[in-house]
Design a protein around this ligand. Structure first.
Ligand code: FAD
Length: 549
């Protein structure tokens, strides 16, 4: 059968039928059509690892490149150039044995019943077309979450895409140039050079640190007359920044920002943003204050894209905030649709039920109590399977959940009842739901799913599945397991905080070198790797470029 492409013109749907001998594999079977939505961490990792030539892959994404997001804060101040952190998706897939086509367009509707996705070109003509699929991989990422705060969309800049980083770079220089004009009053200068970062997560903190370095290392020399008016403020609604990191890192970062003169306002929530002022409400007292600003960057987390919300309604997930999948990354309520990365989450209710089931199973003699050994084996099994629990335990700096029970019981635990565990688990529950959306998770999910697709036909011929899961007979593949490799928080001044597996925390210049090596090695191509490394060297030798182009 030929590939069918429907194009919607003036309200009517036109179907294109494209004769294509490549739609058959080398033994004459028709290739399964896989449609991938998105070319971010999840989609690209899936494409890079897909090796089975029995698929005909159609990639649809509004951007024709992959962006290395962890370096976007560096792009905002020119530590690295925008083109150094992106790789054209066509470059990434061109040497593959698998047939991969790319369309620069956005998907605006997924019809799970008819197995079609409706797309719209991002070019001026906004031409619409429909693509059918056998398997759909949804890897559309997420959008910025403004929490419906009035004025944010109109007045704040975001730091999500490469274009956002470029806008910030231009805006910073614009503020300095405007503040340097002769007729500007001192009050106005002060306002123009007040930079506000909203959100004390890793992105907000890293951006504030990069901006501080740019100002103190480069701009003060170039704009000596206005340097004393510069102020960087970081607003965070909770009591501390970098909440998801070890407490030692949070404390170090807060103290460093204090020494650097970055004004840290914790416990303060933004309630309104006008074109020149940000209004904040102190959480404890309810006191409202205003901060005049020259540039405000909003970085408070992510929310589900409208197209995904519509899709969730269609498949009976309207009551959820994020698209839910099972542990095999298959969207709940569908058969052939998979979702990975920031746009989806593994259904936590099921995870909790599953965790309880693991404990009940570990109680081999059905006595209602577990020995410490049985308990720890079960905990290890859970940590292995559920990174959320593992991360929560690491963040609490605990070696095992036994400590959590000790905390709740206040003594040394010898035997643990399943009920006791369940009550301790309810404490973990709220934390477990806040599993961070990171590139690491997205990339590992992409690799995992590609691996499943690579073995799909083999598994169809042998449906009994791997020995481990033969018992239940439910699935052909082992479930997705996340391996946490650690996380970094660059803090400026050539210092980085690193939290690595095994509760290993390192802060300072040595971690900065580790950061350089990890991020150089993680680049998707030798081209971007050499560009990024040469940008770092250029910055060491010549400083950052402050031209407003
Ligand atoms: P994305 O990478 O956002 O990709 C989504 C893709 O979907 C894009 O190609 C997009 O164009 C496409 N798309 C959007 N809408 C549509 C549509 N309608 N139809 C089709 N395609 C669509 N994580 C870490 O682990 N470490 C870090 O240091 C780190 N630093 C970060 C720094 C910044 C500034 C940012 C913004 C994020 C950072 N992250 C980091 C988080 C990480 O980038 C995300 O978790 C990751 O990008 C998620 O991957 P994804 O593939 O789900 O989404």
């Amino acid at each position: 059968m030929n590939r069918i492409l429907f194009v919607v013109l003036g309200g009517g749907v036109v179907a294109y039928s494209v004769a294509n001998s490549e739609n058959y594999d080398n033994v004459g079977n028709q290739k399964k059509k896989v449609v991938v939505l998105g070319t971010g961490w999840a989609g690209t990792s899936f494409l890079r690892n897909l090796k089975n030539p029995s698929y005909d892959v159609q990639v649809i994404s509004p951007r024709n490149y992959f962006a290395f997001t962890p370096l976007l804060p560096s792009v905002t101040v020119g530590t690295v150039e925008a083109r150094s952190v992106v790789e054209p998706i066509r470059n990434i897939v061109k040497k593959k044995k698998v047939d991969v086509d790319f369309c620069e367009a956005e998907c605006y509707k997924i019809d799970a019943k008819k197995k079609k996705v409706y797309c719209r070109s991002t070019k001026n003509d906004k031409e619409e077309f429909v693509v059918d699929y056998d398997y759909l991989v949804v890897a559309m990422g997420a959008r910025v979450n403004t929490f419906n705060t009035p004025g944010v969309e109109e007045n704040c800049l975001y730091l999500k895409e490469v274009e956002d980083a470029q806008k910030i770079r231009r805006k910073v220089i614009d503020c300095f140039e405007k503040a340097s004009l002769p007729n500007v009053s001192d009050d106005e200068r002060k306002r123009m050079l007040q930079f506000v970062v909203v959100g004390g997560g890793p992105t907000g903190v890293e951006f504030a640190a990069e901006l501080h370095d740019f100002v103190s290392e480069d701009l003060v020399k170039l704009y000596p007359t206005v340097k004393d008016f510069v102020k960087i403020s970081l607003l965070e609604a909770t009591n501390h920044i970098l909440n998801m990191f070890d407490k030692r890192i949070t404390v170090f970062a807060e103290e460093k920002f204090h020494r650097d003169g970055i004004d840290l306002k914790t416990g303060s929530m933004v309630v309104n943003v006008s074109d020149k002022e940000i209004s904040t409400k102190e959480i404890k007292t309810g006191k409202i204050s205003t901060i005049p600003y020259g540039m405000a960057v909003w970085s408070t987390g992510i929310a589900t894209r409208p197209v995904v919300l519509d899709f969730m309604k269609e498949i009976g997930q309207a009551n959820r905030r994020v698209l839910a999948t099972d542990e095999w990354l298959r969207v709940e309520g569908t058969n052939d649709i998979y979702a990975l990365g920031d746009c989806a989450t593994i259904n936590q209710r099921k995870v909790m039920e599953d965790i309880s089931a693991i404990f009940e199973k570990a109680d081999k003699d059905q006595s209602g109590t577990l020995t410490v050994k049985e308990f720890q084996d079960a905990v290890n099994d859970i940590c292995d399977r559920y990174p959320q629990v593992q991360l929560y335990l690491k963040n609490k700096n605990m070696s095992s959940i036994v400590d959590l029970l000790k905390e709740t019981k206040g003594d040394v635990v010898k035997e643990i009842s399943v009920d006791e565990f369940k009550s301790a688990l309810s404490q973990v529950d709220s934390q477990v739901k806040n599993f961070p959306a990171t590139a690491q998770v997205a990339a590992q999910q992409g690799t995992y799913l590609a691996d499943c697709f690579n073995r799909m036909d083999k598994c169809e011929k042998h449906p009994e599945g791997p020995i481990r899961f033969r018992e239940s007979g439910r699935h052909r593949f082992r479930p997705f397991r996340y391996k946490h490799l650690g996380q970094f928080a660059p803090l400026g001044g050539e210092q980085t905080a690193a939290q690595l597996p095994g509760d290993w925390v390192s802060i300072g210049h040595s971690s900065q070198w580790l950061w350089y090596s990890v991020y150089a090695s993680k680049q998707v191509s030798w081209r971007t790797r050499s560009l990024v490394v040469s940008d770092w060297m250029r910055r060491f030798i010549f400083g950052r470029d402050s031209s407003q182009i």
